[in-house]
Write a protein that binds this ligand. Structure first.
Ligand code: MTE
Length: 309
């Protein structure tokens, strides 16, 4: 990202992967309101009922809702942390469609309300580690991206998925500035996209996503730097070749395709060994794969993660 490098921090040891403690399953208060009442009227603040998935949730103190929704990167609405919360009210999230195409047997256009009903909504408490050096713990509502992938039946030749997000200058004031090559684009290898941790996300803190967090649908990939978690998706394409990404094009030496959280590989302009959890004063060590090594390390066995940063 385009930020000033912080003061130099000596590299610290790599902390071993954390072992998660299971969490009691419970219903997020709310009831079935959202799904029963017709999501045609849905907007931020609409409640989403979900069941917490303890297997894929961390037992750490949540970042406050105020910080999760008030300290954001969403350059389509400006480059300051408080710009998205201030400016994203102009985003129209209904009607909304997601185009799914490329190397699949069943390409098509999904209406957002059909997408919302494709699978039961889970709550997942994930760490989010931004490449800039801050982190949060966020309760998301969504279901595995793999549910949608199975529904569209990828062809054997599909090896990657490419995400494209909305770029409409009429709704997004930041798009008139050429800070990035719009639309914002991201991508994953197909096996990363199918990993059970990769979440197609519709809500946070038990409500539909606020606009500044990527309404009405985004992806969340918790073991990668936050910029891989593209917001306000309009298209998912299955490809044979590694798709170009916005940050990779803007600064290829700084932002690789993989961008796995890795405290042992520094950003060319700053250390990635430590992070500041928003709401805390002291920095903490950054964990390999953001603490998800036990689940995801096998995806990269035999790969040189310095080369494939
Ligand atoms: N998606 C789009 N379309 N545009 C963006 O600027 N910023 C990314 C990512 N997704 C971004 C985006 C970055 S750098 C981060 S850290 C996360 O969104 C932040 O997500 P959050 O604001 O919900 O915490």
């Amino acid at each position: 990202m385009w930020i000033k490098p912080p003061a130099d921090i000596p590299p610290s040891e790599i902390t071993p992967a954390e072992i998660y403690r299971g969490r009691r399953r419970f219903m997020v208060t709310a009831g079935a309101l959202a799904l029963a009442s017709g999501l045609g009227q849905a907007r931020a603040g609409t409640l989403l009922s979900s069941l917490r998935n303890p297997t894929y949730s961390v037992d750490e103190e949540l970042t406050s809702r105020k910080d999760v929704t008030g300290y954001n990167n969403f350059y389509e609405f400006g480059t300051e942390k408080d710009d998205p919360a201030r400016n994203a009210h102009t985003l129209r999230t209904r009607p909304w469609t997601l185009r799914v195409d490329g190397l699949v047997r069943r390409p098509g256009t999904w209406d957002i309300d059909r997408l919302l009903r494709l699978a039961p909504m889970e709550e997942r408490i994930y760490r989010l580690r931004c490449v800039e050096g801050w982190s949060m713990v966020i309760p998301w509502q969504g279901y595995p991206l793999d549910v949608l992938i199975r529904a569209v039946e990828p062809l054997g030749s599909a090896r990657y998925v490419a995400f494209t997000t909305l770029a409409d200058a009429a709704q997004m004031p930041g798009v008139t500035r050429r800070v990035l090559d719009w639309p914002y684009r991201e991508g994953l290898r197909l096996d990363e996209a199918r990993h059970p941790l990769t979440l197609l996300t519709f809500g946070l803190y038990g409500e539909l996503l606020p606009n500044q967090n990527g309404a009405p649908v985004r992806v969340v990939v918790p073991w990668k730097y936050g910029f891989k978690s593209a917001k306000s998706l309009v298209r998912i394409s299955f490809t044979e070749r590694e798709p170009p990404t916005s940050w990779g094009r803007a600064a290829p030496r700084e932002y690789g395709f993989y961008s796995n959280v890795n405290p042992g590989v520094d950003h060319p302009r700053w250390s990635q060994a430590r992070e500041r959890r928003i709401g805390e004063f002291f920095k903490r060590p950054t964990l390999m794969f953001n603490g998800y090594a036990e689940q995801v390390a096998a995806l990269y066995s035999g790969m040189d993660l310095r080369r494939f940063y």
